[in-house]
Design a protein around this ligand. Structure first.
Ligand code: ATP
Length: 426
């Protein structure tokens, strides 16, 4: 193994399904994350189907160019599960039968009251010289084999089997190879586009330090800045290295940063509503219930969310929210006046502290020169005031709906923030 830069690590994902449009090799992301925490970097990733020749070629290539190779998938009992056999042939190792493993596999079947099939017997065969890695969540044991200055780790494909096996049986064997420590944080931002964010923070990049990495990821209505720091000396130092860049980014992006935790915008809003013992009701037209759905995705939302109405048609707006026909006639359903009326009346009807109203054109049809697709009015009503914002969102129907709910939640988040002059802090 090359000592200066650590082992060259390769991940080999095996399975024909991983070459279809329907399955993603998420195991390698998990492994990479775990390895990065030890300061170990992955050099190659390969995905290969269930073909003997192709797999053998990948094993030979990995043998030439890598020191620590993780292979996963194809350890099952069926005919297309050939990982064990192909590794044995290619690495020129015999497969040896382990009666104790066979006993454990049989016991597992017995416990579930299922009769075992002889095909499962092949899972009790282990590469000569390998240690079996226990699989409490499945029948296929993993394998750890070290020879010719290389380490091969064979893991089962299902994530619920691979992940605990890796954490419990593989990680402890890797700690001696640790190259350092990694700390990670994420700033989640709303109300800015990716390019605005980039422009705002570009001049901070050179000052981040050579061991601090910064990646910007964009989703509709939300930007995430992932920061990670690497230290050879310890976790605390890695954490400390993130302090200055994190606070520089925070002060630059100000109120646009809604969290640095693993929480969603709806969770932040929910937490603040709960802390301030406030309640919420929503009235949705073009978002068709998406706002209520996001709010109620948060466990415990019944403590602050009272009701949501979907008032899609004009009739529904009139009947359920007492929006006056004259108002609709004068300004149209997509208007600041109707959004405000929806927010105020849903608040009054429900007795909530806050009411949110959304009305707009989600498209792709229905736009006019005066009211184009993406025009969405969002209103937030409280006992003191009603604020309404006019937005022009870009994107397809779903993106516009998503952006509208994001904006509505953000208006409420800003209203509820502790340093809001109009907000009595708890
Ligand atoms: P089993 O004993 O369940 O057959 P196995 O080791 O043979 O285990 P596979 O048959 O290759 O594993 O895969 C089983 C399932 O695990 C796949 O259908 C897929 O859902 C999941 N899986 C396999 N490889 C990966 C991967 N790289 N990333 C994410 N999921 C995977």
């Amino acid at each position: 193994m090359k000592d200066s830069s650590g082992p060259r690590i390769e991940i080999l994902a095996i399975g024909a399904e991983l070459l279809t449009p329907y399955y993603v090799d998420t195991n390698s992301l998990f492994l990479t994350k775990q390895l990065n925490r030890l300061g170990m970097r992955v050099v190659y990733k390969t995905v290969v189907g269930d073909d003997k020749e192709d797999l053998a070629a990948c094993i030979r290539t990995a043998r030439q160019r890598s020191d620590l190779i993780f292979a996963m998938g194809g350890l099952g009992p069926t005919q297309d599960d050939m990982t064990r056999e192909v590794f044995a042939d290619t690495l020129e190792k015999r497969l040896t039968f382990h009666p104790n493993l066979w006993k454990q596999i049989r016991l597992r079947f017995q416990k579930r009251g299922i009769s075992i099939s002889e095909v499962n017997r092949k899972q009790a065969f282990i590469l000569e010289g390998a240690e079996a890695l226990e699989n409490p969540n499945g029948t296929a044991p993993g394998m750890w084999i070290q020879f010719d200055h290389k380490i091969w780790v064979l893991l089962p494909g299902p994530p619920r089997e691979l992940e605990p096996m890796f954490v419990d049986n593989v990680l402890p064997r890797l700690t001696g190879m640790r190259r350092g420590y990694q700390a990670q944080t994420t700033l989640k931002i709303t109300g800015l586009t990716e390019s605005q964010t980039e422009t705002d923070i570009a001049d901070l990049y050179p000052g981040l330090g050579k061991d601090v990495r910064c990646t910007v990821l964009a989703a509709p209505g939300q930007i995430e800045i992932h920061l990670s720091a690497f230290s050879e000396h310890g976790e605390e130092e890695a954490e400390r290295m993130l302090d200055q860049p994190t606070s520089a980014l925070r002060s630059r992006l100000g109120l646009h940063v809604f969290t640095s935790e693993k929480e969603t915008l709806e969770e932040v809003v929910g937490r603040r509503l709960h802390e301030q013992q406030s309640t919420l009701a929503v009235a949705e037209s073009c978002t068709g219930g998406l706002l209520g759905h996001r709010i109620t995705n948060v466990p415990g939302s019944s403590r602050y969310f009272l009701e949501g109405v979907q008032v899609y048609s004009n009739q529904a707006k009139i009947r359920l929210l007492n929006v006056s026909p004259a108002l609709l006639e004068r300004h149209g359903a997509v208007s600041a006046e109707v959004a405000a009326c929806m927010a105020e009346n849903v608040r009054k009807n429900s007795g909530a502290d806050f009411g949110l109203g959304i009305t707009g054109v989600a498209g792709p049809d229905g736009g006019t020169p005066g009211k184009p697709v993406g025009l969405v009015f969002i209103s937030l009503a409280s006992s003191e005031r009603t604020q309404t914002e006019k937005n022009l969102f870009l994107g397809d129907r779903e993106t516009i709906k998503r952006r509208a709910t994001q904006k509505a939640l953000d208006m409420l988040r800003l209203e509820l923030r502790e340093d809001n002059p109009g907000n009595p802090t708890p």
